[in-house]
Design a binder for this molecule. Structure first.
Ligand SMILES: *[C@@H]1O[C@H](CO)[C@@H](O)[C@H](O)[C@H]1NC(C)=O
Ligand SMILES: *[C@@H]1O[C@H](CO)[C@@H](O)[C@H](O)[C@H]1NC(C)=O
Ligand SMILES: *[C@@H]1O[C@H](CO)[C@@H](O)[C@H](O)[C@H]1NC(C)=O
Ligand SMILES: *[C@@H]1O[C@H](CO)[C@@H](O)[C@H](O)[C@H]1NC(C)=O
Ligand SMILES: *[C@@H]1O[C@H](CO)[C@@H](O)[C@H](O)[C@H]1NC(C)=O
Ligand SMILES: *[C@@H]1O[C@H](CO)[C@@H](O)[C@H](O)[C@H]1NC(C)=O
Ligand SMILES: *[C@@H]1O[C@H](CO)[C@@H](O)[C@H](O)[C@H]1NC(C)=O
Ligand SMILES: *[C@@H]1O[C@H](CO)[C@@H](O)[C@H](O)[C@H]1NC(C)=O
Ligand SMILES: *[C@@H]1O[C@H](CO)[C@@H](O)[C@H](O)[C@H]1NC(C)=O
Ligand SMILES: [Cu+2]
Length: 574
């Protein structure tokens, strides 16, 4: 604008400028075609069948601007497996059938079939897409969605370049083998991941006995490390997404601090860390200044936290231009913070607040509070399952959206699930056998546009002295994070004494820490049927989830493409 302010430009130049601005401000349609297929890949040098999008894992990044419509044609080329793809963090306002949650918003996409997802990306920010069928996310079906602010919008921070990082954990055993173990009596757990991948790249030690007989080749270009090249003196925005199946992680750039500025699409009151904790399903943006000794390269490193690690540090190279990109740093990769420092992780959760200039205050009170005890139980002859208030979630054959809209009565258990449990009497530190826990497909029906509080109370698992971290993800909404605490939630003291109603961050995924509690609030104002579940792939698979319904009567005709399974078969014209 400065160049135009001195002398007046000719009229046609002004008109052209107006036209250009008008065109760029208009929402665009971004079209993608995803061919989903198994391919042999060696992301950590060890060859394995992976689920790919257009031959890649992670799949291509979806790039759009706030307000755009994204259309993704997903073609299932898996030959012998169904699929469905979820757009994580996109609220699907007005398009609840595009949420991609198999059994909830749609029937699975069968082999050979193409399903078209169409939705508006209504908020700028960093988001994810991933499979929402079986354990396919763990097999490699994931990628990023980057939504830019509208042209001319100033963000509350400045940077020179924008880079993306997606972190995943990786096993050498197939997801079939993993799922079978989780469903067996006795229970068989695959164990800690073999590798941590940064942008789909890691490094397994091919000399280990477990690699013998496998194709494991350290010079395979698939597993050359990810490189982030930086120019000394410049500031970088790194968008970091955690899409792990199991692990909570710490992420850092050796010798550099990071200023946290965005979380799940919301601006954060900036805070500085040398290592950032991330939980599956979360995204952050951090600013990093390339202000260290430029004569060498540095590590980007990822470590497992919260579970006793048995996975080597995942690494990438922070390459100071003009050093050679693959020149290894002269140091050992940072080991990260102590894995079992729960207090430090709780501290970070509490530190995340809305940016002062972007506070959207939550409703002052809620209409309903649902308290969810997170435990493990044994169900149906000794199957280990996760449970909420003693109920383990099972997906029905008919998607809830179709069942509720067309009143298909037999499609799921219509009795309401428990709203609470005896939290005064319950000992969260004991390992109860809970032999008679139940499984159910029952759901929580919410009054449209009411305000709902959910309190997640963590507890001991079936193993003595063990409580795990659970990253809880809500579909169809962002929620306000009202508070976190260690130990038991106290309904008579914490809402008045601890809840932050002043500047809580809004998110779509939040952890509940071991033996701790987390409280969140949302407005049930998005007509649809929405999953709320632990984002640990195996935990959701083992029943750690539930479904909310709101305003389903306000939804218009559902697309035929989401039907065809279970009770919904008979709705399709022959
Ligand atoms: C890889 O494993 C072999 C066999 O256990 C061991 O001797 C070697 O030190 C390991 N290499 C690295 C880089 O850890
Ligand atoms: C390992 O991969 C490299 C690069 O693709 C290739 O040249 C080499 O032959 C492979 N080694 C083995 C043992 O397969
Ligand atoms: C990182 O931040 C800490 C405290 O905020 C400071 O002491 C330290 O010098 C910073 N390190 C770098 C490399 O800027
Ligand atoms: C954390 O784990 C280490 C072993 O990895 C152990 O020595 C230490 O006592 C543990 N700390 C706490 C607070 O549990
Ligand atoms: C928690 O954060 C505060 C500052 O916000 C710091 O003083 C304290 O040492 C932190 N505690 C842990 C356990 O990290
Ligand atoms: C769960 O069910 C078991 C077995 O009926 C019972 O002993 C336990 O108290 C229940 N737990 C809760 C939190 O309701
Ligand atoms: C569990 O159920 C069995 C049979 O239904 C019953 O005999 C037993 O008392 C129950 N146990 C608990 C702890 O409720
Ligand atoms: C929901 O309620 C809020 C506050 O009462 C109101 O401002 C808003 O318009 C309502 N939204 C809908 C969709 O009814
Ligand atoms: C559990 O932890 C308590 C103290 O926190 C300890 O006294 C007890 O021995 C532990 N039990 C087991 C089975 O590790
Ligand atoms: Cu979990």
């Amino acid at each position: 604008m400065a160049s135009l302010s001195g002398s007046r430009p000719p009229l046609f130049v002004t008109l052209l400028l107006f036209l250009a601005i008008a065109l760029s401000a208009e929402a665009k349609v971004r079209r993608y075609r995803f061919h989903i297929a198994y391919k042999y890949k060696s992301p950590d040098c060890f060859q394995k069948l992976s689920i790919t999008v257009n031959g890649q894992s992670p799949g291509p990044t979806i790039i759009a601007e706030q307000g755009d419509t994204v259309v993704v044609e997903v073609q299932n080329g898996l030959l012998t497996e169904n699929t469905a793809v979820h757009w994580h963090g996109i609220r699907q306002i007005g398009t609840p059938w595009s949420d991609g949650t198999e059994g909830i918003s749609q029937c699975p996409i069968t082999p050979g079939e193409t399903f078209v997802y169409k939705f508006v990306v209504d908020r700028a920010g960093t988001y994810i897409y991933h499979a929402h069928y079986g354990m396919q996310r763990s097999a490699g079906l994931y990628g990023l969605i980057k939504v830019a602010v509208p042209e001319g919008t100033v963000e509350p921070f400045a940077y020179d370049y924008d880079r993306s990082i997606v972190v995943n954990d990786w096993w050498h055993k197939s997801t079939y083998e993993q799922a079978t173990g989780l469903s067996s009596v006795p229970f068989a757990f695959v164990g800690e991941p073999q590798s941590l991948l940064i942008n789909g790249r890691g490094r397994f030690n091919c000399s280990l006995p477990s690699a013998s007989g496998a194709v494991c080749n350290l010079t395979n270009p698939d597993c050359s490390p990810s490189v982030f090249t930086v120019v000394p003196g410049k500031t970088y925005r790194f968008r970091i997404a955690c899409i792990t199946s199991l692990s909570a992680i710490s992420f850092g750039f050796e010798g550099h601090n990071m200023t946290v500025v965005e979380a799940d699409g919301y601006y954060v009151k900036p805070f500085v860390v040398d290592s950032l904790y991330l939980y599956s399903g979360e995204t952050y943006s951090v600013l990093v200044k390339a202000d260290q000794d430029p004569s060498r390269n540095y590590w980007a490193s990822v470590n497992v936290v919260s579970r006793k690690p048995d996975t080597p540090t995942g690494t990438a190279i922070l390459n100071y231009y003009p050093n050679h990109p693959s020149r290894a740093p002269p140091t050992a990769p940072p080991a990260g913070p102590l894995w079992n420092d729960t207090a430090a992780r709780l501290n970070q959760s509490v530190a995340i607040r809305a940016h002062p200039d972007h506070v959207e205050a939550p409703p002052a009170a809620s209409d309903r509070t649902i308290v969810l005890l997170n435990t493990q139980n044994k169900v149906d002859g000794g199957h280990v399952r996760w449970a909420l208030n003693n109920v383990s979630f099972t997906l029905p054959d008919t998607p809830y959206l179709v069942a509720l809209k067309y009143k298909l009565k037999r499609a799921f258990d219509a009795r309401p699930p428990p709203e609470s449990y005896d939290y005064r009497g319950y000992d969260i530190r004991s390992a109860p056998p809970n032999p008679n826990a139940t499984s159910s497909s029952s759901i929580y029906r919410l009054g449209f546009n009411t305000t709902v509080d959910v309190v997640l109370q963590n507890a001991n698992t079936l193993n003595p002295n063990n409580s795990e971290t659970h990253p809880w993800h809500l579909h169809g909404h962002d929620f306000w994070v009202l508070g976190h605490g260690a130990g038991k939630f106290d309904p008579s003291a914490h809402p008045a004494g601890v809840f932050n109603l002043v500047d809580p961050i809004q998110k779509n995924t939040v952890p509940v820490h071991p033996y701790g509690w987390t409280a969140l609030r949302f407005r049930a104002d998005n007509p649809g049927v929405w999953a709320f579940h632990c984002h640990v792939e195996a935990h959701y698979f083992m029943g750690m989830g539930l479904v909310f319904e709101e305003g389903v009567e306000k939804i218009g005709r559902l697309p035929d493409a989401i039907m065809g399974c279970g009770e919904s078969k008979r709705l399709l014209r022959p």
